[in-house]
Design a protein. Structure first.
Length: 236
């Protein structure tokens, strides 16, 4: 087997020799986990993210390693090969374009599109995806501010800071929300804290482990530091 597998050379495949949804989900999750663990992703962490027991995750990763999509080191973890990363980015492109389509065209709330996109990302054809991309004006980010990989698998990322890391008095623009669980997104929606919104950081309260911010048209708002860490901003 070649050290550089073709796009469709993977272990578990469907009858059309394309990646199965399970394979795509593992590759995508590995890519996401590598953003915070760039060396090796522990099997326990991957299993938790996938909602399976470690043994199940290890078996899948070994199959992906046999196909050349993953580098696996027993007892240490795994990471994507270049071929695996390209496939993962392709899945992310589909997922994030579908999310934006569901919000912009179908009018779904940004807090409910993640699960819908999880299903549709495995079924949509390249022809339809290209049409969606063109219809939306070739967007660079999804409704949550996550970057949309290009058709060639390139990702353009801005230099962003977590909200608690910004100095008091700074004016910032919300660029990205990391936590996409429905209750959290609904909370941000009620508070007016969505990508594109500008606000001023009033100050930090270390004793209360909180941060105070002021939106232009609202009263000051206090956020717990853990929640604020999930909001990435660009200093204006």
């Amino acid at each position: 087997m070649s050290n550089q597998p073709s796009k469709n050379t993977i272990a578990p495949v469907d009858k059309n020799n394309m990646p199965s949804s399970t394979v795509e989900n593992y590759l995508k999750q590995l890519y996401l986990e590598q953003q915070s663990a760039p060396d090796l992703v522990p099997m326990g962490k991957l299993a938790s993210a996938m909602g399976v027991v470690p043994g199940t995750a290890t078996s899948m990763v070994k199959a992906l390693a046999d196909s050349g999509l993953v580098s696996y080191e027993p007892r240490f973890g795994a990471k994507l090969t270049k071929g695996g990363e390209q496939l993962a980015l392709h899945v992310l492109r589909r997922h994030r374009l579908v999310e934006l389509f569901l919000v912009k065209v179908l009018g779904l709330d940004w807090s409910e599109v993640h699960d819908e996109a999880e299903e549709l990302e495995h079924a949509i054809s390249e022809k339809v995806l290209d049409k969606i991309d063109k219809l939306l004006g070739h967007p660079s980010v999804d409704p949550h501010g996550d970057p949309i990989p290009s058709a060639k698998g390139k990702v353009s990322e801005e230099r962003l800071a977590a909200l608690p890391d910004v100095k008091p008095g700074s004016k910032v623009r919300i660029a990205r929300v990391l936590d996409q669980d429905t209750p959290f997104l609904q909370f941000l929606d009620r508070a007016g804290l969505k990508p594109g919104v500008t606000l001023t950081v009033n100050g930090h309260d270390e004793q209360a482990d909180s941060i105070s911010v002021k939106l232009d048209s609202r009263s000051p708002l206090t956020l717990g530091t853990s929640a604020a860490m999930k909001i990435l901003v660009e200093v204006i």
